[in-house]
Design a protein around this ligand. Structure first.
Ligand SMILES: Nc1ncnc2c1ncn2[C@@H]1O[C@H](COP(=O)(O)OP(=O)(O)OP(=O)(O)O)[C@@H](O)[C@H]1O
Ligand SMILES: [Mg+2]
Length: 408
């Protein structure tokens, strides 16, 4: 830049001096001065041209460098196959960086977006950010009811999320389950909300060591929440995945879980009216570090799906009568049997052949399992409810007998 200024000054002074020489040559009538003036004009013209060309070349080089640096600092144009074609009438998406990618996935309303505070932008890159539901999740630091401070997402799905939170009133950690609505009419919404309130009230009254206590429920910004004990543990599905290779979990451990599960089912079925869990499966059972069982997910979230919660079930774990719309306490025993089969064999009951209701004899898949234990499970998964155990208490009693024998 300095060189360019100096050049322009030089050219300027040359022009001035040539004008002076022209004046002197006119006054003295000497052609020598006129020649000198012409030479100075030509030289200064050349200097100006040279400097202009050099300045333009430098500018081009600087532009190229800046572009290269920008390209390195991550603005990534998402590949069309990854993000989908822009919808008709929608402008194509601008270049974004990876951290914005999660926001692109699900456009959020302005209010929800405003929940991203500045320090959230300084969070670790996307791979380390907890999963967020497609509807847009709550951020760490968000307060609900001015009482529950969200700490992190534990799980997220299309229907909502479960968060680890901190109760600022009672000063202890808790879990907050968020549920989103999927109603298609006002009538459905009314029905769903009534169902939610009734179920929440029912859960508030349950007291059992294997059931996380629900101690609050509320609705905020069209999202519905349950606040409950935080369980420090893993789902049985995770335990199976992590420790079940190559052919399933050990009999003794599964049997001790089965006894606990019979205990909690017996408690639920003993309520007036009986509480049928309806969706027992490895994903809905957690186990703590001390191998204590906890039942999660009482299906209350289904109140917010179309219709009401009558369709709570998972194929493979739900017996025929439940699929037909008539669940009863023994339906839970079938689901318990299916769950225990899976923990021992790694096989999802959905893959049962010839139909999902046909369980192969355990001795084929796990010859090391004791005959008594196999017989207890086989009785639990009978098609007809009358051929199963009469109650969870009866099944639990049979399991305890083997447990005692195994302990001797
Ligand atoms: N009380 C809790 N403490 C700790 N983690 C929990 C608790 N409740 C749920 N979770 C975690 O959240 C996950 C999902 O919970 P849950 O099964 O209740 O919801 P879901 O199956 O996603 O929802 P839906 O009610 O729609 O079936 C669980 O697998 C578990 O990892
Ligand atoms: Mg679940």
């Amino acid at each position: 830049m300095g060189v360019v200024c100096f050049g322009y000054l030089l050219a300027h002074s040359c022009l001035l001096s040539s004008a002076l020489a022209a004046v002197v040559s006119t006054l003295t009538s000497s052609p020598l001065f006129l020649l000198a003036a012409a030479a100075v004009v030509v030289i200064s013209g050349l200097i100006v041209l040279f400097l202009a060309l050099r300045g333009a070349a430098k500018q081009r080089q600087a532009d190229r460098l800046r572009d290269r640096r920008r390209a390195k600092s991550t603005p990534i144009q998402p590949a069309k196959s990854q993000w989908g074609q822009p919808a008709k009438g929608q402008r194509s998406q601008p270049a974004i960086n990876l951290r914005d990618a999660a926001l692109w996935e699900a456009p959020q309303p302005p209010a929800a977006r405003a929940r991203w505070s500045q320090d959230q932008w300084d969070q670790p890159p996307l791979e380390q950010v907890p999963p967020r539901p497609s509807s847009g999740g709550l951020l760490p630091g968000t307060q609900l009811q001015r009482r529950y401070r969200i700490e992190r997402a534990l799980a997220a799905g299309g229907m909502g999320a479960v968060y680890q939170a901190y109760d600022l009133n009672l000063l202890h950690p808790c879990a907050v389950k968020e549920m989103l609505e999927r109603f298609t009419s006002d009538e459905e919404r009314q029905q769903g909300l009534t169902w939610f309130k009734r179920e929440a009230r029912m859960l508030l009254n349950l007291q059992h060591a294997a059931i996380p206590r629900i101690f609050d429920s509320f609705t905020e910004q069209d999202r519905h929440y349950l606040v409950m004990d935080l369980i420090e543990g893993r789902t049985l599905a995770d335990v199976l995945k992590q420790e079940g290779q190559p052919r399933g979990l050990p009999e003794g451990r599964v049997r001790r879980w089965a006894i606990q599960l019979c205990g909690v089912l017996s408690y639920l079925h003993g309520q007036q009216p009986p509480v049928i869990f309806r969706d027992l499966k490895p994903q809905n059972i957690m186990v703590t570090g001390r191998d204590e069982i906890k039942l999660i997910d009482f299906g209350i979230a289904r109140a917010f799906q179309e219709g009401t919660g009558t369709l709570v079930m998972t194929p493979g774990y739900a017996p025929l009568e439940q699929v037909g719309g008539n669940p009863e306490p023994r339906s839970d025993l079938y689901a318990l049997g299916a769950t225990l089969y899976q923990l021992l064999t790694l096989r999802n009951p959905r893959e049962n052949k010839p139909t999902i209701f046909d369980f192969a004899p355990l001795s084929h898949l796990r010859p090391d399992i004791s005959q008594e234990f196999a017989a207890i499970l086989f009785k639990a998964v009978q098609r007809e409810p009358r051929d199963r155990w009469a109650s969870a208490a009866e099944m639990g009693h049979a399991l305890q007998q083997i447990e005692r024998r195994a302990g001797n």
